[in-house]
Design a protein around this ligand. Sequence first.
Ligand code: IMP
Ligand code: MG
Length: 193
Amino acid sequence: MHDDIDHILISQQQIAHRVVQMAHQITTDYAGDGQLTIVPILTGAMIFCADLIRHMPIPMKIGLLTISSYPGATTKSQGVTILDQHLGHVKGRKVLVVDDIIDSGNTLQAAVPLLYQHGAAVVRSCVLLRKDRQPQPAISADYIGFDIPDEFVVGYGLDHNDDYRNLPDIVALKPRVFDLKCRANESKLRTSR
Ligand code: IMP
Ligand code: MG
């Protein structure tokens, strides 16, 4: 796994520092409300959300939403599919959607209206990473950890073909990794036809 890393973009120490800052900001903004539901978008936001909420000493409930947009070995958004939802307590509450990264914005654009459909009073969003891409997405997040260049990254919950989520840093992969995995994926598709 470590042989596949090209370079570290954001180290685990930088992430830990920024996550605490974000948690303090969010805690201040929601303090006294007592009506907060956090909704991580799985699977990518799992690690970020787990770290974030442990620095938020305020009452909260947790709902879960599983959305896929980069299935398999692709590095381009393939359109958003809502795979699963265990939203729990959303009706009439303030909801904070948590995702690992905003790229095209399609994921948040699907998640936010869905939460309003379930009766959320106010929906805000929080992402660890925002890609510096053109065109800029129509939707932005309310809390953003880091701006990163427009390249594909993995680690700290982010994956490529469901691998690398457990890397503690956010890293870029060597180009050969994409070539190998894309070729394997294409041949799998060919044999399943
Ligand atoms: P969007 O829908 O294009 O904004 O992309 C957001 C979703 O795509 C995130 O929830 C991620 O799961 C995935 N994603 C976007 N960029 C990357 C990346 O560089 N690495 C891994 N996953 C990504
Ligand atoms: Mg995701």
